[in-house]
Write a protein that binds this ligand. Structure first.
Ligand code: ADP
Length: 530
Protein backbone atom coordinates (compact mmCIF):
# COMPACT_ATOMS: atom_id res chain seq x y z
CA UNK A 1 0.00 0.00 0.00
CA UNK A 2 2.23 2.78 -1.27
CA UNK A 3 -0.04 5.57 -0.04
CA UNK A 4 0.45 4.37 3.53
CA UNK A 5 4.19 4.79 3.22
CA UNK A 6 3.74 8.14 1.56
CA UNK A 7 1.51 9.25 4.45
CA UNK A 8 3.93 8.02 7.12
CA UNK A 9 6.86 9.69 5.37
CA UNK A 10 4.93 12.92 4.89
CA UNK A 11 3.95 12.96 8.59
CA UNK A 12 7.60 12.52 9.55
CA UNK A 13 8.63 15.27 7.15
CA UNK A 14 6.05 17.66 8.62
CA UNK A 15 7.01 16.69 12.17
CA UNK A 16 10.64 17.53 11.39
CA UNK A 17 9.55 21.05 10.39
CA UNK A 18 8.51 21.61 14.02
CA UNK A 19 11.84 20.55 15.55
CA UNK A 20 14.03 23.07 17.36
CA UNK A 21 17.71 22.15 17.46
CA UNK A 22 19.71 22.79 20.64
CA UNK A 23 21.64 25.52 18.81
CA UNK A 24 18.40 27.30 17.87
CA UNK A 25 17.10 26.79 21.40
CA UNK A 26 20.03 28.81 22.73
CA UNK A 27 19.73 31.44 20.02
CA UNK A 28 16.05 31.97 20.85
CA UNK A 29 16.87 32.04 24.58
CA UNK A 30 19.50 34.78 24.16
CA UNK A 31 17.05 36.86 22.15
CA UNK A 32 14.38 36.29 24.83
CA UNK A 33 16.70 37.74 27.51
CA UNK A 34 17.52 40.61 25.16
CA UNK A 35 13.85 41.44 24.53
CA UNK A 36 13.13 41.25 28.30
CA UNK A 37 15.81 43.90 28.84
CA UNK A 38 14.43 46.07 26.05
CA UNK A 39 10.98 45.90 27.62
CA UNK A 40 12.36 47.09 30.98
CA UNK A 41 14.12 50.05 29.35
CA UNK A 42 11.47 51.36 26.98
CA UNK A 43 7.99 50.84 25.62
CA UNK A 44 9.07 48.02 23.37
CA UNK A 45 7.31 46.50 20.40
CA UNK A 46 7.84 42.91 21.49
CA UNK A 47 7.52 42.06 25.23
CA UNK A 48 5.72 44.81 27.16
CA UNK A 49 7.33 44.05 30.59
CA UNK A 50 4.47 45.78 32.44
CA UNK A 51 5.11 46.98 36.02
CA UNK A 52 2.23 45.68 38.18
CA UNK A 53 2.57 47.86 41.32
CA UNK A 54 2.85 44.67 43.37
CA UNK A 55 6.12 45.04 45.29
CA UNK A 56 6.24 41.86 47.35
CA UNK A 57 5.14 38.24 47.20
CA UNK A 58 3.30 36.62 50.16
CA UNK A 59 4.86 34.36 52.78
CA UNK A 60 1.82 32.29 53.76
CA UNK A 61 0.69 34.20 56.88
CA UNK A 62 -1.94 36.39 55.15
CA UNK A 63 -5.57 36.13 56.45
CA UNK A 64 -9.18 37.09 55.58
CA UNK A 65 -12.22 36.61 53.27
CA UNK A 66 -11.95 38.06 49.77
CA UNK A 67 -13.70 37.87 46.41
CA UNK A 68 -11.97 37.21 43.15
CA UNK A 69 -13.13 37.12 39.56
CA UNK A 70 -11.18 35.90 36.58
CA UNK A 71 -11.73 36.82 32.96
CA UNK A 72 -9.20 34.45 31.44
CA UNK A 73 -10.15 33.44 27.97
CA UNK A 74 -12.61 30.62 27.75
CA UNK A 75 -14.40 31.06 31.08
CA UNK A 76 -15.40 33.63 33.68
CA UNK A 77 -14.78 32.47 37.24
CA UNK A 78 -16.21 34.01 40.40
CA UNK A 79 -14.90 32.88 43.77
CA UNK A 80 -14.56 33.74 47.43
CA UNK A 81 -11.40 32.79 49.26
CA UNK A 82 -10.84 32.42 52.96
CA UNK A 83 -7.13 32.75 53.69
CA UNK A 84 -6.26 30.99 56.95
CA UNK A 85 -2.83 32.53 57.43
CA UNK A 86 -1.00 29.21 57.56
CA UNK A 87 -0.37 28.67 53.79
CA UNK A 88 -3.83 27.07 53.47
CA UNK A 89 -7.17 28.44 52.27
CA UNK A 90 -10.77 27.51 51.38
CA UNK A 91 -12.21 28.49 48.06
CA UNK A 92 -15.79 28.45 46.75
CA UNK A 93 -16.12 29.04 43.05
CA UNK A 94 -18.37 29.03 40.04
CA UNK A 95 -17.37 29.06 36.41
CA UNK A 96 -19.37 30.03 33.35
CA UNK A 97 -18.39 29.89 29.70
CA UNK A 98 -18.20 33.33 28.15
CA UNK A 99 -20.74 33.51 25.33
CA UNK A 100 -18.82 33.81 22.04
CA UNK A 101 -20.92 36.79 20.92
CA UNK A 102 -19.86 38.78 24.01
CA UNK A 103 -16.17 38.28 23.11
CA UNK A 104 -16.78 40.34 19.99
CA UNK A 105 -19.63 42.52 21.31
CA UNK A 106 -20.19 46.04 19.97
CA UNK A 107 -19.71 47.69 23.37
CA UNK A 108 -17.71 46.94 26.49
CA UNK A 109 -20.88 47.43 28.52
CA UNK A 110 -22.45 44.28 27.06
CA UNK A 111 -19.55 42.16 28.34
CA UNK A 112 -19.10 43.89 31.71
CA UNK A 113 -22.78 43.91 32.64
CA UNK A 114 -22.77 40.16 32.03
CA UNK A 115 -19.77 39.84 34.38
CA UNK A 116 -21.41 41.92 37.15
CA UNK A 117 -24.54 39.80 36.85
CA UNK A 118 -22.46 36.66 37.45
CA UNK A 119 -21.02 38.25 40.63
CA UNK A 120 -24.55 38.95 41.85
CA UNK A 121 -25.63 35.35 41.18
CA UNK A 122 -22.56 34.08 43.06
CA UNK A 123 -23.19 36.28 46.10
CA UNK A 124 -26.86 35.28 46.23
CA UNK A 125 -25.94 31.61 46.07
CA UNK A 126 -22.88 31.44 48.34
CA UNK A 127 -22.95 34.50 50.59
CA UNK A 128 -26.65 35.09 51.03
CA UNK A 129 -26.30 36.10 54.69
CA UNK A 130 -23.70 38.68 53.93
CA UNK A 131 -25.71 39.87 50.96
CA UNK A 132 -28.98 40.16 52.93
CA UNK A 133 -27.29 41.94 55.81
CA UNK A 134 -26.09 44.44 53.30
CA UNK A 135 -29.53 44.84 51.68
CA UNK A 136 -31.11 45.43 55.13
CA UNK A 137 -28.54 48.07 55.92
CA UNK A 138 -29.19 49.82 52.66
CA UNK A 139 -32.91 50.00 53.44
CA UNK A 140 -32.24 51.81 56.72
CA UNK A 141 -29.57 54.14 55.42
CA UNK A 142 -30.51 56.65 52.81
CA UNK A 143 -27.36 56.92 50.72
CA UNK A 144 -26.28 54.00 48.55
CA UNK A 145 -22.73 54.34 49.87
CA UNK A 146 -23.92 54.57 53.47
CA UNK A 147 -23.19 50.99 54.46
CA UNK A 148 -20.39 50.01 56.73
CA UNK A 149 -17.01 49.43 55.20
CA UNK A 150 -16.59 45.98 56.72
CA UNK A 151 -19.63 44.74 54.79
CA UNK A 152 -17.99 45.47 51.49
CA UNK A 153 -16.16 42.63 49.82
CA UNK A 154 -12.76 43.55 48.44
CA UNK A 155 -12.47 42.00 45.01
CA UNK A 156 -9.38 41.09 43.03
CA UNK A 157 -10.11 41.32 39.32
CA UNK A 158 -7.95 38.94 37.32
CA UNK A 159 -7.94 40.27 33.80
CA UNK A 160 -5.61 38.38 31.54
CA UNK A 161 -5.13 40.75 28.69
CA UNK A 162 -2.43 43.40 28.24
CA UNK A 163 -3.30 46.49 30.29
CA UNK A 164 -1.41 49.69 30.93
CA UNK A 165 -1.54 49.64 34.71
CA UNK A 166 -1.52 53.02 36.47
CA UNK A 167 -2.28 51.87 40.00
CA UNK A 168 -3.11 48.73 41.91
CA UNK A 169 -6.80 48.99 40.87
CA UNK A 170 -6.54 51.04 37.72
CA UNK A 171 -5.47 50.04 34.26
CA UNK A 172 -6.41 50.69 30.66
CA UNK A 173 -6.77 47.94 28.10
CA UNK A 174 -3.97 48.04 25.51
CA UNK A 175 -5.31 45.40 23.14
CA UNK A 176 -7.41 42.27 23.17
CA UNK A 177 -5.92 38.79 22.63
CA UNK A 178 -7.23 35.20 22.57
CA UNK A 179 -10.10 35.89 20.18
CA UNK A 180 -11.65 38.84 22.05
CA UNK A 181 -12.32 41.94 19.98
CA UNK A 182 -14.44 44.77 21.44
CA UNK A 183 -13.06 47.96 19.95
CA UNK A 184 -14.65 50.45 22.36
CA UNK A 185 -13.04 48.80 25.42
CA UNK A 186 -9.50 49.52 24.22
CA UNK A 187 -8.09 52.49 26.14
CA UNK A 188 -10.69 52.28 28.94
CA UNK A 189 -10.03 51.50 32.63
CA UNK A 190 -11.27 47.93 32.98
CA UNK A 191 -11.72 48.23 36.78
CA UNK A 192 -14.02 51.20 36.29
CA UNK A 193 -15.96 49.33 33.59
CA UNK A 194 -16.57 46.52 36.10
CA UNK A 195 -17.19 48.79 39.13
CA UNK A 196 -19.79 50.81 37.19
CA UNK A 197 -21.79 47.68 36.37
CA UNK A 198 -21.42 46.41 39.98
CA UNK A 199 -22.75 49.77 41.22
CA UNK A 200 -25.72 49.62 38.84
CA UNK A 201 -26.63 46.30 40.52
CA UNK A 202 -25.91 47.89 43.95
CA UNK A 203 -23.65 45.05 45.07
CA UNK A 204 -21.51 45.38 48.24
CA UNK A 205 -18.32 44.92 46.27
CA UNK A 206 -15.30 47.13 45.67
CA UNK A 207 -12.83 46.33 42.91
CA UNK A 208 -9.65 46.62 44.98
CA UNK A 209 -7.02 45.22 42.68
CA UNK A 210 -6.41 44.61 39.03
CA UNK A 211 -4.55 41.38 38.63
CA UNK A 212 -3.00 39.64 35.69
CA UNK A 213 -3.51 35.88 35.95
CA UNK A 214 0.23 35.25 35.83
CA UNK A 215 0.77 37.64 38.76
CA UNK A 216 -2.00 35.78 40.58
CA UNK A 217 -0.29 32.48 39.85
CA UNK A 218 2.98 33.88 41.21
CA UNK A 219 1.28 35.17 44.39
CA UNK A 220 -0.71 31.97 44.97
CA UNK A 221 2.34 29.79 44.48
CA UNK A 222 4.36 31.98 46.84
CA UNK A 223 1.61 31.74 49.54
CA UNK A 224 1.37 27.95 49.27
CA UNK A 225 4.88 26.90 48.23
CA UNK A 226 6.76 24.62 50.57
CA UNK A 227 9.74 25.83 52.57
CA UNK A 228 10.86 29.40 52.97
CA UNK A 229 11.70 29.96 49.31
CA UNK A 230 9.71 32.79 47.78
CA UNK A 231 8.57 32.19 44.24
CA UNK A 232 10.41 33.82 41.34
CA UNK A 233 8.03 33.22 38.46
CA UNK A 234 4.38 32.46 37.79
CA UNK A 235 3.67 31.11 34.32
CA UNK A 236 0.50 30.20 32.46
CA UNK A 237 0.17 27.64 29.71
CA UNK A 238 -3.58 27.59 29.10
CA UNK A 239 -5.72 29.31 26.47
CA UNK A 240 -2.87 31.82 26.26
CA UNK A 241 0.64 31.88 27.67
CA UNK A 242 2.33 34.51 29.83
CA UNK A 243 4.68 34.92 32.78
CA UNK A 244 5.17 37.33 35.69
CA UNK A 245 8.31 37.47 37.82
CA UNK A 246 9.97 39.38 40.64
CA UNK A 247 12.32 42.01 39.18
CA UNK A 248 14.72 44.44 40.85
CA UNK A 249 13.09 47.87 40.80
CA UNK A 250 16.35 49.53 39.71
CA UNK A 251 16.37 47.44 36.53
CA UNK A 252 13.02 48.90 35.43
CA UNK A 253 14.44 52.05 33.83
CA UNK A 254 11.50 53.08 31.64
CA UNK A 255 9.14 55.78 32.98
CA UNK A 256 6.43 54.44 35.32
CA UNK A 257 3.16 56.30 36.08
CA UNK A 258 1.48 55.90 39.46
CA UNK A 259 2.38 55.56 43.14
CA UNK A 260 3.69 52.52 44.94
CA UNK A 261 5.61 51.49 48.03
CA UNK A 262 9.22 51.00 46.92
CA UNK A 263 10.63 49.81 50.23
CA UNK A 264 11.22 46.23 49.06
CA UNK A 265 13.32 47.25 46.08
CA UNK A 266 11.39 44.73 43.97
CA UNK A 267 8.44 44.87 41.65
CA UNK A 268 6.49 42.12 39.97
CA UNK A 269 6.69 42.52 36.20
CA UNK A 270 4.11 41.09 33.83
CA UNK A 271 6.22 40.11 30.83
CA UNK A 272 3.43 39.61 28.25
CA UNK A 273 5.77 37.05 26.73
CA UNK A 274 3.01 35.98 24.34
CA UNK A 275 4.37 38.87 22.26
CA UNK A 276 7.98 37.72 22.45
CA UNK A 277 9.57 38.21 19.05
CA UNK A 278 6.57 39.62 17.22
CA UNK A 279 9.27 40.97 14.93
CA UNK A 280 10.11 37.33 14.04
CA UNK A 281 13.89 37.55 14.45
CA UNK A 282 14.34 34.07 15.88
CA UNK A 283 11.01 32.26 16.33
CA UNK A 284 10.57 29.12 14.24
CA UNK A 285 7.96 29.48 11.53
CA UNK A 286 6.37 26.83 9.34
CA UNK A 287 3.95 27.42 6.49
CA UNK A 288 1.21 26.26 8.90
CA UNK A 289 2.15 28.95 11.44
CA UNK A 290 1.96 31.50 8.65
CA UNK A 291 -1.51 30.39 7.57
CA UNK A 292 -2.72 30.48 11.19
CA UNK A 293 -1.34 33.99 11.65
CA UNK A 294 -2.72 35.39 8.40
CA UNK A 295 -6.20 34.08 9.17
CA UNK A 296 -6.18 35.28 12.79
CA UNK A 297 -7.83 38.48 14.08
CA UNK A 298 -4.39 39.92 14.96
CA UNK A 299 -1.78 39.04 12.31
CA UNK A 300 1.81 39.72 13.40
CA UNK A 301 0.86 39.93 17.09
CA UNK A 302 1.24 37.36 19.93
CA UNK A 303 3.65 35.39 17.75
CA UNK A 304 5.16 33.39 20.65
CA UNK A 305 1.69 32.60 22.03
CA UNK A 306 0.61 31.39 18.59
CA UNK A 307 3.26 28.65 18.81
CA UNK A 308 2.77 27.74 22.47
CA UNK A 309 -0.73 28.01 23.91
CA UNK A 310 -3.88 25.92 24.00
CA UNK A 311 -5.87 28.32 21.87
CA UNK A 312 -3.56 27.70 18.92
CA UNK A 313 -2.08 24.20 19.04
CA UNK A 314 -5.27 22.43 17.92
CA UNK A 315 -5.62 24.97 15.14
CA UNK A 316 -2.04 24.38 13.94
CA UNK A 317 -2.80 20.65 13.78
CA UNK A 318 -6.05 21.33 11.93
CA UNK A 319 -4.25 23.49 9.35
CA UNK A 320 -1.58 20.81 8.82
CA UNK A 321 -4.28 18.20 8.21
CA UNK A 322 -6.28 20.41 5.85
CA UNK A 323 -3.14 21.20 3.84
CA UNK A 324 -2.17 17.53 3.73
CA UNK A 325 -5.66 16.57 2.50
CA UNK A 326 -5.09 18.81 -0.52
CA UNK A 327 -2.16 16.65 -1.63
CA UNK A 328 -3.53 13.82 -3.81
CA UNK A 329 -0.30 11.84 -3.52
CA UNK A 330 -0.72 11.42 0.22
CA UNK A 331 -4.35 10.33 0.65
CA UNK A 332 -4.84 11.17 4.29
CA UNK A 333 -8.22 9.87 5.55
CA UNK A 334 -8.44 8.08 2.20
CA UNK A 335 -11.66 7.31 0.48
CA UNK A 336 -13.97 8.92 2.97
CA UNK A 337 -15.97 11.98 2.26
CA UNK A 338 -15.47 14.54 5.05
CA UNK A 339 -18.51 16.75 5.53
CA UNK A 340 -17.84 20.42 4.91
CA UNK A 341 -19.47 21.03 8.30
CA UNK A 342 -16.92 18.79 10.10
CA UNK A 343 -14.80 20.54 12.79
CA UNK A 344 -11.79 19.70 10.63
CA UNK A 345 -13.01 22.31 8.16
CA UNK A 346 -13.94 24.98 10.73
CA UNK A 347 -11.38 27.60 11.75
CA UNK A 348 -10.69 27.18 15.51
CA UNK A 349 -12.87 24.05 15.29
CA UNK A 350 -10.33 21.68 16.87
CA UNK A 351 -9.52 21.81 20.58
CA UNK A 352 -5.91 21.35 21.70
CA UNK A 353 -6.94 18.47 23.94
CA UNK A 354 -6.60 16.23 20.87
CA UNK A 355 -2.82 16.63 21.25
CA UNK A 356 -2.99 15.15 24.73
CA UNK A 357 -5.28 12.34 23.54
CA UNK A 358 -2.90 11.53 20.69
CA UNK A 359 0.10 11.45 23.03
CA UNK A 360 -1.65 9.35 25.66
CA UNK A 361 -2.82 6.60 23.28
CA UNK A 362 0.06 4.18 22.73
CA UNK A 363 -2.08 1.15 21.91
CA UNK A 364 -1.32 -0.80 18.73
CA UNK A 365 -4.59 0.05 17.00
CA UNK A 366 -4.82 3.61 18.39
CA UNK A 367 -8.50 2.94 18.98
CA UNK A 368 -9.00 5.78 21.48
CA UNK A 369 -7.33 8.30 19.23
CA UNK A 370 -9.36 7.12 16.23
CA UNK A 371 -12.51 7.58 18.29
CA UNK A 372 -11.32 11.05 19.25
CA UNK A 373 -10.60 11.86 15.61
CA UNK A 374 -14.22 10.96 14.94
CA UNK A 375 -15.66 13.16 17.68
CA UNK A 376 -13.27 16.09 17.56
CA UNK A 377 -12.37 16.28 13.84
CA UNK A 378 -15.61 14.84 12.48
CA UNK A 379 -13.66 12.22 10.49
CA UNK A 380 -15.19 8.79 10.88
CA UNK A 381 -13.34 5.58 10.05
CA UNK A 382 -9.78 6.95 10.24
CA UNK A 383 -7.31 4.10 9.69
CA UNK A 384 -4.51 3.19 12.07
CA UNK A 385 -2.12 4.80 9.57
CA UNK A 386 -4.15 8.01 9.58
CA UNK A 387 -4.15 8.06 13.38
CA UNK A 388 -0.41 7.40 13.47
CA UNK A 389 0.19 10.36 11.17
CA UNK A 390 -2.01 12.56 13.38
CA UNK A 391 -0.10 11.31 16.43
CA UNK A 392 3.35 12.08 14.95
CA UNK A 393 2.34 15.57 13.86
CA UNK A 394 0.50 16.38 17.11
CA UNK A 395 3.56 15.23 19.07
CA UNK A 396 5.85 17.51 17.09
CA UNK A 397 3.57 20.53 17.57
CA UNK A 398 3.31 19.93 21.33
CA UNK A 399 7.04 19.29 21.86
CA UNK A 400 7.89 22.50 20.05
CA UNK A 401 5.46 24.30 22.40
CA UNK A 402 7.03 22.70 25.49
CA UNK A 403 10.58 23.54 24.37
CA UNK A 404 9.61 27.16 23.69
CA UNK A 405 7.99 27.22 27.15
CA UNK A 406 11.26 25.96 28.63
CA UNK A 407 13.09 28.80 26.88
CA UNK A 408 10.77 31.37 28.49
CA UNK A 409 11.30 29.97 32.00
CA UNK A 410 15.04 29.69 31.39
CA UNK A 411 15.29 33.28 30.16
CA UNK A 412 13.63 34.63 33.33
CA UNK A 413 15.98 32.61 35.51
CA UNK A 414 19.03 33.76 33.56
CA UNK A 415 18.03 37.43 33.34
CA UNK A 416 17.37 37.64 37.09
CA UNK A 417 20.61 35.78 37.87
CA UNK A 418 18.78 33.58 40.37
CA UNK A 419 21.17 30.71 39.81
CA UNK A 420 24.16 32.25 41.56
CA UNK A 421 27.49 32.49 39.69
CA UNK A 422 28.88 29.51 41.59
CA UNK A 423 26.20 27.26 40.16
CA UNK A 424 27.02 27.86 36.53
CA UNK A 425 30.69 27.11 37.32
CA UNK A 426 29.72 23.55 38.29
CA UNK A 427 30.56 21.48 35.20
CA UNK A 428 27.64 19.78 33.49
CA UNK A 429 27.65 16.02 33.96
CA UNK A 430 29.49 14.13 31.25
CA UNK A 431 27.58 12.11 28.72
CA UNK A 432 27.74 8.32 28.95
CA UNK A 433 29.60 8.27 25.61
CA UNK A 434 32.31 10.51 26.96
CA UNK A 435 32.60 8.40 30.12
CA UNK A 436 33.16 5.38 27.84
CA UNK A 437 35.90 7.37 26.07
CA UNK A 438 37.55 8.11 29.41
CA UNK A 439 37.50 4.43 30.35
CA UNK A 440 38.96 3.47 26.96
CA UNK A 441 41.76 5.98 27.35
CA UNK A 442 42.31 4.60 30.86
CA UNK A 443 41.41 7.92 32.35
CA UNK A 444 39.86 5.98 35.19
CA UNK A 445 39.79 8.66 37.86
CA UNK A 446 37.93 11.01 35.55
CA UNK A 447 35.53 8.22 34.51
CA UNK A 448 34.81 7.26 38.11
CA UNK A 449 34.06 10.78 39.27
CA UNK A 450 31.89 11.49 36.23
CA UNK A 451 29.96 8.28 36.88
CA UNK A 452 29.35 9.30 40.48
CA UNK A 453 28.00 12.69 39.47
CA UNK A 454 25.86 11.09 36.77
CA UNK A 455 24.37 8.69 39.30
CA UNK A 456 23.76 11.58 41.68
CA UNK A 457 21.91 13.35 38.91
CA UNK A 458 19.80 10.38 37.99
CA UNK A 459 18.90 9.80 41.61
CA UNK A 460 17.84 13.45 41.81
CA UNK A 461 19.93 14.04 44.93
CA UNK A 462 18.35 16.54 47.26
CA UNK A 463 19.11 20.16 46.49
CA UNK A 464 19.40 22.55 49.45
CA UNK A 465 16.20 24.55 50.00
CA UNK A 466 18.13 27.82 49.73
CA UNK A 467 19.46 26.81 46.31
CA UNK A 468 15.98 26.23 44.89
CA UNK A 469 14.45 28.53 42.31
CA UNK A 470 10.68 28.16 42.69
CA UNK A 471 8.34 28.46 39.70
CA UNK A 472 4.54 28.25 39.80
CA UNK A 473 2.69 27.09 36.68
CA UNK A 474 -0.95 26.81 35.72
CA UNK A 475 -3.04 25.99 32.67
CA UNK A 476 -4.52 22.95 30.97
CA UNK A 477 -1.57 22.41 28.69
CA UNK A 478 1.03 21.99 31.42
CA UNK A 479 -1.49 20.16 33.59
CA UNK A 480 -2.86 17.69 31.06
CA UNK A 481 -0.40 17.26 28.19
CA UNK A 482 1.57 14.13 29.11
CA UNK A 483 5.12 14.98 30.30
CA UNK A 484 4.90 18.63 29.27
CA UNK A 485 7.11 19.54 32.25
CA UNK A 486 9.69 16.92 31.31
CA UNK A 487 10.01 18.40 27.84
CA UNK A 488 10.38 21.89 29.35
CA UNK A 489 13.07 20.53 31.67
CA UNK A 490 14.91 18.90 28.79
CA UNK A 491 15.04 22.31 27.11
CA UNK A 492 16.24 23.93 30.36
CA UNK A 493 19.08 21.41 30.62
CA UNK A 494 20.17 22.30 27.11
CA UNK A 495 20.38 26.02 27.78
CA UNK A 496 23.83 27.56 28.21
CA UNK A 497 24.08 28.99 31.72
CA UNK A 498 21.57 26.49 33.17
CA UNK A 499 22.63 22.98 32.22
CA UNK A 500 21.76 19.85 34.18
CA UNK A 501 23.10 21.28 37.46
CA UNK A 502 20.93 24.40 37.17
CA UNK A 503 17.88 22.50 35.96
CA UNK A 504 17.92 20.33 39.10
CA UNK A 505 17.65 23.44 41.26
CA UNK A 506 14.48 24.61 39.51
CA UNK A 507 11.34 23.50 41.34
CA UNK A 508 8.21 23.68 39.22
CA UNK A 509 4.85 23.35 40.97
CA UNK A 510 1.29 23.60 39.77
CA UNK A 511 -0.41 26.61 41.37
CA UNK A 512 -3.99 25.34 41.43
CA UNK A 513 -6.78 27.94 41.60
CA UNK A 514 -3.92 30.37 41.07
CA UNK A 515 -5.88 33.27 39.72
CA UNK A 516 -8.49 33.09 42.50
CA UNK A 517 -6.17 32.88 45.49
CA UNK A 518 -3.58 35.15 43.92
CA UNK A 519 -6.19 37.81 43.18
CA UNK A 520 -7.43 37.56 46.78
CA UNK A 521 -3.87 38.06 48.04
CA UNK A 522 -3.41 41.16 45.90
CA UNK A 523 -6.83 42.52 46.98
CA UNK A 524 -5.63 42.04 50.58
CA UNK A 525 -2.43 43.99 49.93
CA UNK A 526 -4.41 46.72 48.15
CA UNK A 527 -7.04 46.98 50.92
CA UNK A 528 -4.24 47.62 53.43
CA UNK A 529 -3.02 50.50 51.29
CA UNK A 530 -6.49 52.18 50.97
P1 ADP B 1 -7.82 29.42 30.70
O1 ADP B 1 -6.42 29.60 30.21
O2 ADP B 1 -8.84 29.89 29.70
O3 ADP B 1 -8.05 29.99 32.05
P2 ADP B 1 -7.29 26.54 30.78
O4 ADP B 1 -6.01 26.61 31.53
O5 ADP B 1 -8.21 25.42 31.14
O6 ADP B 1 -8.15 27.86 30.86
O7 ADP B 1 -6.91 26.40 29.25
C1 ADP B 1 -7.86 26.14 28.26
C2 ADP B 1 -7.11 25.82 26.99
O8 ADP B 1 -6.41 24.60 27.14
C3 ADP B 1 -8.00 25.66 25.78
O9 ADP B 1 -7.36 26.36 24.70
C4 ADP B 1 -8.00 24.17 25.49
O10 ADP B 1 -7.97 23.95 24.10
C5 ADP B 1 -6.71 23.69 26.08
N1 ADP B 1 -6.85 22.35 26.67
C6 ADP B 1 -7.85 21.89 27.45
N2 ADP B 1 -7.64 20.60 27.80
C7 ADP B 1 -6.46 20.26 27.24
C8 ADP B 1 -5.68 19.06 27.22
N3 ADP B 1 -6.09 17.95 27.85
N4 ADP B 1 -4.52 19.06 26.53
C9 ADP B 1 -4.11 20.16 25.89
N5 ADP B 1 -4.78 21.31 25.85
C10 ADP B 1 -5.95 21.37 26.52
Amino acid sequence: RPHTMALAAEAKRIAADFEISDADLNKINLEFVQQMKEGLAKNATNMSQIPTFVTAVPNGTEKGLYLAVDLGGTNFRVCSINLHGDTTFDIVQTKVAIPKELMVAKTAKELFSFLAKQIELFLREHHEDHFNAHIRRRQTISTPEGYRDEHIFRLGFTFSFPVHQIGINRGTLMRWTKGFDIADAVGQDVCKLLQDEIDILKLPVRVAALVNDTVGTLMARSYTSPGKTSTLLGAIFGTGTNGAYVERLDKITKPMDGDFDNSTGDMVVNTEWGSFDNSMKVLPSTIYDQILDQDSVNPGIQMFEKRVSGMFLGEILRIVLVQTLKNPAISLFSGFEIASTAPLHAQWGVDSSILSEAEADSSADLSKLREYIKTSLGVSAATVEDALAVKDIAHAIAIRAARLSGIAIGAIILETGRLNPGASAVPAPKSTASIVEDVKSLNLAEAASATVSKLANTAGLAVNEDEIVDVGVDGSLVEFYPKFEEHMREALRNLDGIGAAGERRIRIGIAKDGSGVGAALIALVAAKME
